[in-house]
Design a protein around this ligand. Sequence first.
Ligand SMILES: Cc1cc2nc3c(=O)[nH]c(=O)nc-3n(C[C@H](O)[C@H](O)[C@H](O)COP(=O)(O)OP(=O)(O)OC[C@H]3O[C@@H](n4cnc5c(N)ncnc54)[C@H](O)[C@@H]3O)c2cc1C
Length: 582
Amino acid sequence: MATSMSDPRPRLGVPVDEWETDVLVIGGGLAGLVAARVAGTAGARVTVLAKGFAGADGVSPFAGGVALCLFPEDDLDAFLDEHEWACEGLVHREAVTRVAAISGRLWEWLAAQGVPVEREPLGTLRRRWLRVGGRSRVPRLALESVSFMRHLRRCALAAGARILDHGVVTELLTGEDGGVAGAVGFRYQEGRLFRIRARAVVLAAGGCAWRGAHMGVHSAMGEGYGLAARAGAELASMEYCTSYIATCSLFDSHGQDVLAALGGRFRNRLGENILERHGEPDPAPPQRLTLAMLTEWLEGRGPVVFDLRAIPAERRRQWERDFPLVARALARTGVDVFAQPVPWIPGFTGSIAGSGGVRTLDLAGRTTVPGLFAVGDTACRTPVVGAGSGLTYLNLSWALASGYWAGAAAAELAREGLPAPTEPAVEAEAWNRALAPLGREGGTRPVDVLRRLQRLVVDPERNFFRSAAGLKSSLRDLEGVWDDVCRLAAADWHDLVRCHEVEHATLTALAMFSSALVRQETRGWHRRLDFPRRDDTHWRRWTVARLEPCGERPAFRVHTIALEDPAAFDARLPAAEVGVLP
Ligand SMILES: Cc1cc2nc3c(=O)[nH]c(=O)nc-3n(C[C@H](O)[C@H](O)[C@H](O)COP(=O)(O)OP(=O)(O)OC[C@H]3O[C@@H](n4cnc5c(N)ncnc54)[C@H](O)[C@@H]3O)c2cc1C
């Protein structure tokens, strides 16, 4: 494949830092910092790279902080049955069982290290039972995400991890044996390149929201997917990189869907309850609510409003005590959502409330590239959230569990010694590609390319109501976007960050539309007007996309794998867990 930034010019004068580590963690969100903490505790030398400031960037600090937390005494089977229903299938039941079953222990483990989590008077973790995201009764912790993430950064440092903030990875390095060998990139505040050699790399670079509607998603630009695909890893279920989570159109705040747990009603212009009108349960899984909202708009009964006027004052006060973070954020907006119906829209969240991502082979997050692990929003989450997800649900617990398992497995792998060497010419080429847009004259601006891209991926008429003709047209339009990516010009180092983001977001869109064309059914977030029904006979399968090294423009070859295929996913508990939990 001709890469976008194939303009190798020597960049004499740009200093290069060269480091060596056992485990390189790319991303300083929840999944990355947990992986760093665990790998460091297990004795590995750990380096964390974050595009912004680890513990304060990524989507983690913006999360509503509502996390699944099951204890052994809870009814796991009842939880799983309802979960599978709300996810519309494609879940690997054993995998989600493992994540749910370990969630309580892992939150306890973090709390024991001083991470702020509320407790009951008798000392157990404080949990709330919520009706949300289509589930009737799920126990969740409520975390104050900002201070929680700040503390997690300290935990990673205390385990000996070195954190390099403001470092953007532009390419993974592979060794002569095909395994991962480290990464290259640049630090934009200092104007320096870097090369880090590592035996194991944990990709924790978040998801892709193409700068969608929600707070905190600005940094989620698909870099984890693009980096992995270009290093030869497979992506899976990429058609599920689309999602639209209901949010107020007047402002954005954390965890608005926990408001739905109070029993508010979504109404159309005629005052009708739209879930009732569409025969959907209340609460409805987010993909069903989105369908109802968009249909109302398209059929001329919009706008949709959210009506909380019938909520008794005492329930409101209790809710404010239970979710102080969300309540505070709402109060700051100055709009009293309990006093009047407020306009509500399906806000685009891309893969974050979807489930596509880097294909992992097991719970430790191993990918098809030896030494490369994927965790959190970077990993494909279909095994645990199937065809539908939602922000206020399993995501934080998945980020925690996957980071924990991968951190342990990566530390264990690192004991095997150094990675195979990378050819110096390959490294030099990677550095040149990293810098190519800098100072390029007469090129395209990243903001313009992003706008073109957003018109393809955010528009529900293209990417929620899909059809073969529409997807093919989007793929053709993406060719033009890619040509623009190849001409990206960066005015300065900060602009250079945007160029790389846009490149990876374009690759992610390509994988998404290519995979969506292959899945010929409607299920969860993937809706095909030309195949309007769920087809369990032929489509209990995951799609797998591989970047093809051919032609001028990138292309993904997509095949499918049956859920029942033993090669699809190994859901046994990773052996490396032993010894890390207290
Ligand atoms: C508004 C909102 C509310 C949410 N509420 C909830 C909730 O209540 N409950 C729940 O379970 N889930 C919730 N979620 C989802 C949850 O927050 C995420 O699934 C989870 O935090 C993902 O963590 P992560 O570590 O995988 O990714 P992130 O937190 O996104 O971290 C990614 C990291 O990778 C870094 N990075 C990216 N690219 C590069 C690069 N090229 N080089 C170096 N570093 C890079 C980023 O800077 C960042 O540090 C919410 C999400 C949003 C957006």
